[in-house]
Design a protein around this ligand. Structure first.
Ligand code: CDP
Length: 225
C-alpha cells in the first residue's frame, strides 16, 4: 500500500482550487501538483507546433516528445520553455477542454500524475483526481460555487495578471469548459462518491483552506506545520 498521503481537490473551472490547494500543500509541507496546468501545457504545445487542438491525431502526434515540468517555485515548463504565463491566456483557456477530452492525452498525463504521487505526499488539484487518477487518496474534496461567482473570481484574477477579458467573456468560457469537461466520454469531471463536497460560494480563501485542513486532520490526523 502507498505510504504517502494524497489529497485530491477537484471541482469545476475557476472554483479557486489552485489557490487553495497551494496553501494547503504549504501548510502541510506537501508537494502541490496542478494537473490543469499540464492540460494547458499540452494545448500550448499543440498550437505552437501549428497543429489543430480539436483534432485528436494532431494532439497525439506531439505526445511522444512532450516534456512537462512543474517546478518547485510554481513555474511550468513545456519542452524546456517557461510557459507559466502563456498557458493562462484566453487562447489556451478557450481550447484546453478539447485537448482534455482526448483519451490518449489523458492517459499520458494521468500516468505522469500517478508517478508524481508515488514517492511523495501531494495535494493534487484537477477534475478527476479523486474519481480516477488517485482513487485511493486519503482525502478527497470537491469544491463547488455558482458559475457566476467563479467567473467573478477568475475575472478579478485575470485583471490582476493583466489578462484582457470581460466578465461576460470569462463567464461564457467557464460555462463552456464545465459543459465539455462534464460531458466527455472518457474520465469526465465528477465528484468521487467518497469526496467531501464543499460549497465555497460564501467562503473566502482562508476559510476554505481552514475547512480543508480540518477535514485532513479528521481523516489522517495530520496538522498544519
Ligand atoms: O484553473 P481552472 O479551473 O480554470 O482550470 P485548470 O485547473 O487550469 O484546468 C484547465 C482545463 O484542463 C479544464 O477546464 C479541463 O478541461 C482540463 N483538466 C482536466 O480535464 N482534468 C484535470 N485533472 C485538470 C484539468
Amino acid at each position: 500500500m502507498d505510504q504517502h498521503i494524497s489529497i485530491a481537490i477537484d471541482g469545476p473551472a475557476a472554483a479557486g482550487k489552485s489557490t487553495v490547494a497551494k496553501r494547503v500543500a504549504k501548510a502541510l509541507g506537501f508537494t502541490y501538483i496542478d494537473t490543469g496546468a499540464m492540460y494547458r501545457a499540452v494545448t500550448y504545445a499543440v498550437i505552437k507546433a501549428g497543429k489543430n487542438p480539436t483534432k485528436v491525431e494532431d494532439a497525439e502526434s506531439i505526445l511522444p516528445s512532450l516534456q512537462i515540468e512543474l517546478k518547485e517555485d510554481g513555474s511550468i515548463f513545456c519542452n524546456n520553455e517557461d510557459v507559466t504565463q502563456i498557458i493562462r491566456t484566453p487562447m489556451i483557456s478557450g481550447n484546453v477542454s478539447y485537448i482534455a477530452a482526448m483519451k490518449p492525452v489523458r492517459l499520458a498525463l494521468i500516468q505522469m500524475q500517478r508517478k508524481m504521487a508515488e514517492h511523495q505526499c501531494v495535494v493534487m488539484d484537477g477534475r478527476d483526481i479523486g474519481s480516477y487518477v488517485l482513487p485511493h487518496a486519503q482525502v478527497k474534496i470537491f469544491q463547488l460555487a455558482s458559475a457566476e461567482i467563479r467567473a467573478q473570481r477568475r475575472y478579478l484574477e485575470d485583471q490582476e495578471k493583466g489578462i484582457p477579458a470581460t466578465y461576460e467573456e470569462v463567464l461564457a468560457e467557464v460555462k463552456k469548459r464545465d459543459y465539455i469537461d462534464s460531458h466527455r466520454d472518457f474520465d469526465p469531471l465528477m465528484a468521487a462518491e467518497d469526496a467531501v463536497k464543499l460549497d465555497t460560494s460564501q467562503m473566502n480563501v482562508e476559510e476554505v483552506v481552514q475547512a480543508i485542513l480540518t477535514i485532513v486532520k479528521e481523516k489522517t490526523g495530520l496538522e498544519a506545520k
